[in-house]
Design a protein around this ligand. Structure first.
Ligand code: HEM
Length: 499
């Protein structure tokens, strides 16, 4: 009786409000019930404090440096497997190679985490960010053959030419501290644009906006990943950050769209792709147009060609640039190792003349130096994957943590390229060292990257003595904007050698 009386006393607004509250409560309980498998699976695992709705997201608020620090600290604090709630999603964080081995090679773990979708306005459904596993499989099968050794060998000319331009540009910066990242990124961008698109953008000699757009887009994706408010498309799109992001994305895509249209028109006209302008060799885009145009059947749409071309450019330029910069920093810090690298270069390449294709396999010590650099500075310090049957959880792989695990790397922060002598490699599980990821969805550009980096480093080191004001590996504070970087830049000095 009293309920009827009370109800009669309530206003329409109050009735509506209490109805909404009840509906929200029922919905919330339903969500909890549906997700009970996640709570059950994570209950026994250690992990940071998690609050309702936002989970542990508050730990990651801040700049890319703070975020990197928080994640690293968690990997150091918790054992080889722990859990992190990020909003409503559960993340298992693993850093033991035994988990890497199982998970990276599982056919059910080929999916990319939903957060990669935040990069899709720029790279679309390209290999790196493709969310649909069947789409990824089809594209990887078609693209993989374009990375064969013969094609890579044909790029050697570009690697050499652009490394020499860099080497000349550096003359302007001798005997002064220089943050080389800009100079090297322009060089690697010139290399990737010519080999991926068949276009010379001449970023090293002309003032080009392209590297700035790419840089800004990567930075904003990273900020967006860790700020859950920006996960809402409406909030993000209407924020200054979102406007900046869509401006840069639009410029990158329209530039690439123009190149794709021109190449396709050429292909249709000639049925052969001569590369643009005076270029003789075929770029990845030329090869993709060739392989995906089977008579009148087109295997890739124009948008897919744009996606894959931008993916290669983004995945191929910053990654090699950063690794080159870190390698030069390591050589500047370890003069005895630099001497050994120089001796090898002089023995293999000689004091004059270009680095040649046949020299690359002989530069074995330089290769070990690059590998050791990638151990301490893997550009993908953390990778994330989702199972096919995504049930609201993903796995974060702590690559950097695995690369500094004392069990496999005694004195992990000392720089020792001989850890990569064949007999030392044989002592470790294969998944203990995975800078290019592991399993079927690993880096497609591994061989390309090694060839390009060896050429650039051998060219620069033969001409310049490199030093750095960083004193030790631990002196370099790190941050990540998708790619791992030093918080305070690279502090490098070049002096001309008397050869
Ligand atoms: C030092 C150089 C490089 C390093 C350390 C590196 C590392 C990686 C890593 C860790 C991944 C896996 C990312 C993930 O699962 O989230 C990846 C994927 C990829 N990389 Fe690289 N990369 C390098 C250079 C390159 C180059 C030069 C290219 C192209 C020319 C390239 C193209 C790609 C592509 C297309 C993917 C996506 C592969 C797929 O999902 O099938 N990378 N890379």
């Amino acid at each position: 009786m009293w309920r009827i009386i009370n109800l009669q006393k309530l206003s329409v607004t109050e009735i509506l409000l209490s109805f909404l509250l009840w509906a929200a409560l029922i919905w919330f309980l339903q969500v909890l019930w549906k997700r009970r498998h996640l709570y059950k699976a994570s209950i026994g695992l250690p992990g940071p404090l998690a609050l309702p709705f936002i989970g542990s997201a508050f730990y990651f608020i801040g700049n890319p440096y703070d975020t990197f620090g928080q994640i690293t600290q968690m990997f150091n604090q918790y054992p080889s497997i722990f859990r992190v709630w990020f909003g409503p999603r559960l993340f298992y964080a693993v850093s033991d190679p035994k988990y890497f081995e199982i998970l990276f090679t599982s056919p059910h773990m080929l999916g990319k985490e939903k957060l990669y979708e935040l990069a899709s306005p720029v790279v679309g459904e390209g290999l790196f960010s493709a969310m649909s596993v069947s789409h990824w499989k089809k594209h990887r099968k078609i693209i993989m053959p374009t990375f064969n050794q013969k094609i890579l060998d044909s790029f050697m000319e570009v690697f050499v030419e652009q490394s020499q331009i860099l080497s000349s540009v550096l003359e302007k910066y001798v005997n002064q501290d220089v943050d080389i990242s800009k100079l090297i990124t322009r060089c690697t961008l010139d290399i990737i644009c010519e080999t991926a698109m068949g276009v010379q953008i001449k970023a090293q000699s002309l003032e080009s906006e392209f590297p700035k757009w790419v840089d800004r887009v990567l930075e904003i994706v990273m900020i967006r990943i860790f700020n859950i408010f920006y996960h809402s498309e409406v909030i993000f799109r209407n924020s200054p950050l979102g406007r900046d992001f869509y401006y840069c994305t639009g410029r990158i895509r329209s530039f690439t769209r123009g190149v794709v249209a021109e190449k396709k028109a050429n292909y249709k006209k000639n049925r052969i792709v001569p590369g643009s302008g005076t270029l003789k060799r075929k770029a990845f885009l030329d090869l993709l147009i060739e392989t995906t145009n089977d008579g009148d059947v087109q295997l890739f749409t124009d948008e897919e060609l744009i996606d894959e071309t931008i993916t290669l450019m983004v995945a191929g330029s910053d990654t090699t640039a950063v690794t080159n910069c870190f390698t030069l920093t390591m050589l500047g810090m370890h003069k005895n190792i630099q001497e050994k690298v120089l001796t090898e270069i002089l023995e293999v390449v000689g004091p004059k003349g270009n680095v040649e294709l046949s020299h690359l396999p002989q530069l074995k010590y330089l290769e070990r130096v690059i590998k050791e650099t990638l151990r301490l500075f893997p550009i993908g310090a953390f990778l994330v994957r989702t199972a096919d049957n995504d049930k609201g959880c993903s796995v974060v792989f702590g690559i950097l943590r695995a690369h500094t695990n004392e069990k496999y790397w005694p004195e992990p922060y000392s720089f020792d390229p001989d850890r990569f002598l064949p007999e030392e490699v044989a002592k470790r599980p294969a998944a203990a060292y995975i800078p290019f990821s592991y399993g079927p969805r690993n880096c497609i550009g591994l061989k390309y990257a090694m060839m390009a980096m060896k050429t650039l480093l051998a060219t620069v080191i033969r001409k310049y003595n490199v030093s750095t004001s960083y004193k030790s590996v631990r002196d370099i504070e790190l941050k990540t904007n998708l790619v791992l970087r030093p918080k305070d830049g690279y502090k490098i000095k070049f002096e001309l050698r008397n050869l």
